[in-house]
Design a protein around this ligand. Sequence first.
Ligand code: NAP
Length: 251
Amino acid sequence: MAEFAGKLAIVTGAAKSNGIGFATALLLAQKGADIVLHYNSNAAAAETAVSKLQSLGVKAISVSADAASPDFGTTIVDATLKAFPNRKIDIIINNAAAVLFASSAFDNEGFDNIFHANVRGPLLLVGAALPHMAKPGGRVISIGTVASRIGSRFAGLYAATKGALNTLTFTWAEELGPMGITANIVSPGPIGTDNVPPEEHELVKRFRSEQQIKRNGTVEEVAEVIVFIASKGSSFVTGQVVGVDGGFSHA
Ligand SMILES: NC(=O)c1ccc[n+]([C@@H]2O[C@H](COP(=O)([O-])OP(=O)(O)OC[C@H]3O[C@@H](n4cnc5c(N)ncnc54)[C@H](OP(=O)(O)O)[C@@H]3O)[C@@H](O)[C@H]2O)c1
C-alpha cells in the first residue's frame, strides 16, 4: 500500500508548477495522499495542478484564499470539510508566502500585508484546522527560510516574518505535542524558483560564500525533506528548524 494512502494533506501556495508547494503536493500524491491545493490568484495554474494530481489516482481539490485575509483559515478548512466529509486533516504544509525584496532593512512598506500573509495566515489555518486534525499523527510543517537566521538588508521584513513563524512553531510543538501532533519548520536556502535572485546579486554572492554546497537547491530537494517530516518515520521530530540550504557555515 502507498505510504500516504488514506492521508489528507493541505498544501498552501501550491499552484505554480515550478514552486516548492506544487513539488510537495506532487510527491505526497505520488505516495498516495489526497490533496487540498490552495492558491491565491492563479486559477488556471491551480486547475492544471489539480488535474496532474488527480491523474495519479488520488482525490484533489483546489481552494483560493488570500493569506493576508482574516478568513484565510476558515475558507480553506470549510472547503476541505465539504470536499472530504468525515475525514481527518493529517498534514498541513504552510508554504504560501509573500516574498518581498527591499533595498534597505528600514524599507517597511507592506509591513502589515507581509506579516498578515506569512505569520497570521498560517496561525489562522492551523487554528481553524486543529479541531479536525488527526490526533495522534497530525503534522504541521511550515516553510521558513535561511534568511530568518542570517538576516539580510535585502529581505528584512520577509526574514522577520519567517523568524516569527519559527517561534510560533516552537510554541505549536509545545501545545500540540500532547495531542500527538508534531510541528516543524523546513527552512530552505536559495531554491531555483521564481523567487531566487540572479547569480550576480549581492545576496546570492553571500549565500555562495557561506554555503558548503555552493548552488541553488531544487524544489524536489526541498519536497523530499518536507515529505519525510510529514511521514510516519518522523514521529519523534518536533519543534525543529530543518535546514535544506546546502549547509550554511555561519548561520
Ligand atoms: N525559492 C527560494 O529560494 C526560497 C527560499 C527560502 C524559502 N522559500 C519559501 O518557500 C515557499 C515557497 O516559495 P517558492 O519559492 O516556491 O515561491 P512561489 O512559487 O512563488 O510560491 C509562493 C506561493 O505563495 C502564494 N502566495 C503569495 N502571497 C500570497 C497571499 N497573500 N495569499 C495566498 N497565497 C499567497 C503564491 O500564490 P499565487 O501564485 O496563487 O499568487 C505562490 O504560489 C515560501 O514560503 C518561501 O518563503 C523559498
